[in-house]
Design a protein around this ligand. Structure first.
Ligand SMILES: [Cu+2]
Length: 291
């Protein structure tokens, strides 16, 4: 049986194949170019990278959601554009194009892929949320009381107390690379305990303690503030978080123990009266005993 020479049709199909491959390669390069230009780094999409373990995880989740949205949105737009331009009505051609329906493989594909995307994002969210609400045995504990309009930080088992309000932001000192448990409550109205660099916010509520754990992985002084409109001086309700080495933290606790002993008499009524900055007028106690 003699072999037949290839038909002109099959030749043109073979010639067309490399051209299609080249087109796909070019399209892939165009899509990946922004990432390559950005040094292969995934953009932050306006989020904080964070300085705690859970802040990092939350940040990566934020990046993942944004990337998923870009990929899904990009593919959707590309398919729409292809349909719009490739099948647009030709001038003078009033005929209706071929109608297609019940394409089972296509319908299964566009049902299964979104389900997989949603399940993937859901699982990633649950994993990160479990990290955020985890309750490991802490190395240090800080009781935080929010009040109109300031913050009080006490360290159980020590005499360290930090209070600040309106014109002076108090500083919450905590050790780096250790689990630090925070017990958060309010002595009057609902406040918001928000630390942007920790990617973390929780309500401080009267009569209910919110407990969570931080594990900072970078030393530094970080801004924080009340994020819940809580009254006249809400806008002045700032505080800062000072993440220090464990030895510096212990030294700070020791110095507070020593200095607080000398001021015990001032706090004899147990209310919020100790001021780190003696120049700040003391607001009469707003405590209702919830501390
Ligand atoms: Cu507030």
């Amino acid at each position: 049986m003699s072999s037949l020479p290839p038909s002109s049709d099959s030749l043109s199909a073979e010639q067309a194949l490399p051209a299609t491959k080249n087109k796909s390669k070019k399209l892939l390069l165009v899509l990946l170019a922004p990432l390559a230009l950005a040094g292969c780094q995934v953009p932050s999409f306006g989020g904080y990278k964070g300085v705690t373990k859970t802040a990092n995880s939350t940040f990566h989740l934020w990046q993942g959601f944004n990337l998923a949205a870009i990929v899904v949105g990009g593919i959707t737009l590309a398919v729409m554009a292809w349909a719009i331009f490739a099948y647009r009505a030709k001038k003078g051609d009033g005929s209706i194009p071929k109608q297609t329906q019940y394409h089972i493989p296509l319908e299964v594909t566009y049902t299964v892929i979104p389900i997989l995307v949603v399940v993937g994002l859901f699982v990633a969210t649950v994993v990160v949320e479990n990290q955020v609400v985890a309750d490991p045995t802490p190395s240090a504990t800080i009781n935080v009381t929010a009040f109109q309009w300031g913050w009080k930080f006490t360290y159980p088992g020590t005499k360290a107390v930090v209070v600040g309000q309106t014109t002076a932001s108090p500083i919450m000192v905590m050790p780096v690379n250790q689990d630090v448990r925070i017990n958060l409550v309010s002595s009057d109205v609902i406040h918001g305990f928000y630390i942007p660099e920790f990617n973390f916010s929780r309500f401080a509520q009267p009569g209910m303690v919110n407990t969570f754990t931080f594990h900072a992985n970078k030393t530094g002084l970080y801004s924080a503030q009340c994020s819940q409109l809580c009254g006249l001086y809400h806008s002045l309700m700032y505080f800062r978080v000072d993440v220090v080495s464990p030895s510096q933290y212990q030294a700070w606790i020791s110095s507070k123990n020593a200095s607080t002993s000398a001021r015990t008499a001032i706090a004899a009524n147990g209310a919020i009266v100790i001021q780190d900055n003696p120049g700040i007028p003391v607001i009469p106690s707003h405590s209702n005993g919830a501390q």
